[in-house]
Design a protein around this ligand. Structure first.
Ligand SMILES: [Zn+2]
Length: 120
C-alpha cells in the first residue's frame, strides 16, 4: 500500500508545490488504518463521498508553496485512483458488505418508543 508521503510525492509531480502541501490530505485518507490495518480500511474514505468530505475538511482549494491554487478534490481523486484504479461510490463498497442480523435490528427501540406519549 502506498504511504501518504508517496502519494504526496506523486501530487508534486502533477501540480508542483511541496509534499507538505499535500501530506495532510493524504494522511486523512489513510487515517482509517487506525481502525483496521488491512486494505479494508479504504471503505471509510476511499470513494466519491470521501473525496467531497476532504473538500469539506480542507476547503475547496489548496494553495501550494509555489502559489498555485488547485481544487482539493483533485488531490482526493488522485489518492483514490492511485490506490484503487478508479473512484468507487460508497454504494460500491456497501455491495461488498455481507449483511448480518445485528445490522438491521430496530424492533426493540421502536417498541420502547411506542410506550412514550407525546405529552411526556
Ligand atoms: Zn489510501
Amino acid at each position: 500500500m502506498a504511504h501518504p508521503y508517496h502519494h504526496s510525492i506523486s501530487s508534486t509531480r502533477q501540480w508542483g508545490g511541496s509534499t507538505d502541501d499535500f501530506l495532510p490530505i493524504h494522511i486523512w485518507f489513510d487515517e482509517s488504518k487506525k481502525i483496521i490495518a488491512d486494505f479494508r480500511h479504504r471503505a471509510l474514505r476511499h470513494h466519491a463521498e470521501g473525496i467531497f468530505m476532504a473538500e469539506t475538511l480542507f476547503g475547496a482549494t489548496v494553495t501550494l508553496a509555489s502559489g498555485r491554487v488547485i481544487p482539493t478534490r483533485w488531490v482526493g481523486e488522485q489518492h483514490v485512483r492511485e490506490d484503487l484504479g478508479f473512484i468507487p461510490s460508497f454504494a460500491d463498497w456497501v455491495k461488498a458488505i455481507r449483511p448480518e442480523r445485528w445490522m438491521g435490528q430496530t424492533a426493540k427501540l421502536e417498541a420502547e418508543l411506542s410506550t412514550f406519549s407525546l405529552t411526556e
